[in-house]
Design a protein around this ligand. Structure first.
Ligand SMILES: CC(C)(COP(=O)(O)OP(=O)(O)OC[C@H]1O[C@@H](n2cnc3c(N)ncnc32)[C@H](O)[C@@H]1OP(=O)(O)O)[C@@H](O)C(=O)NCCC(=O)NCCS
Length: 186
């Protein structure tokens, strides 16, 4: 088995990362259509460098492969970083690498599963994320999950001599209702 259903939604589930997917991830992290939306666009990822990154992501922290329920197909990745279990905060990140799956609700569903995990199993209180101001698709998706804009770092990213703000968004546990608590039998 390549993937394991840690948390399942209607069309996708979150699974531990499978390092054997390194070629697919390497293709995605070098694809500018995807990475222009992330701050890692200038980076160059060899197969070896990506393998090392995946080994570390799969062993430490809270990182998941996003997999479709109907075909068990890997379509992306998401995770929580900078987790602080004292103040119960973390930072979310996500990308759908398979572009055929953009704009079809998969990213929103995967982020909601990640929030369910973060709020209901890690008992986090505040989850934030950063998104570039031109990434309208991501902003719309995050708002559908319940994230609100809390501020922006002005002109934080420069691409082609144009400067863009980085928008900060967050969501509180009290603003999110997940499905994990329903697993407890009454
Ligand atoms: C951002 C991302 C995770 C969103 O996932 P997704 O599955 O494509 O998004 P969804 O379909 O769930 O939601 C996107 C929404 O934005 C809308 N949208 C798309 N392009 C838009 C645009 N240019 N302006 C406004 N809204 C737009 C879609 O119509 C959809 O809204 P709807 O469901 O009300 O129709 C995914 O597109 C992705 O990984 N992109 C590349 C990497 C990236 O940007 N990562 C996030 C970095 S912060």
């Amino acid at each position: 088995m390549r993937y394991f259903k840690k948390i399942a939604g209607e069309r996708v589930y979150l699974s531990p990362i499978n390092v054997e997917d390194v070629e697919k991830y390497t293709e995605w992290v070098n694809d500018l259509d995807i990475t222009i939306n992330l701050t890692l666009a200038p980076n160059i990822y060899s197969l070896e460098k990506e393998r090392e990154a995946l080994i570390s992501l799969s062993k430490e922290g809270y990182n998941f492969a996003i997999v479709t329920l109907d075909k068990d197909e890997l379509i992306g990745n998401c995770g929580l970083g900078n987790v602080n279990l004292i103040h119960r905060t973390a930072e979310a990140g996500i990308f759908i690498g398979n572009k055929d799956y953009w704009n079809k609700g998969y990213g929103t569903e995967a982020m909601k599963l990640l929030l369910d995990y973060g709020f209901n199993l890690l008992n986090l209180n505040n989850i934030m994320l950063r998104v570039l101001s031109f990434n309208k698709r991501a902003i719309k998706s995050y708002k559908k999950c319940g994230f609100k804009e809390i501020g922006r770092r002005r002109e934080a990213v420069i691409i082609g001599n144009k400067k863009y703000d980085q928008i900060y968004m967050d969501i509180l546990a009290s603003e999110f209702k997940g499905k994990i608590p329903e697993k407890i039998e009454k």
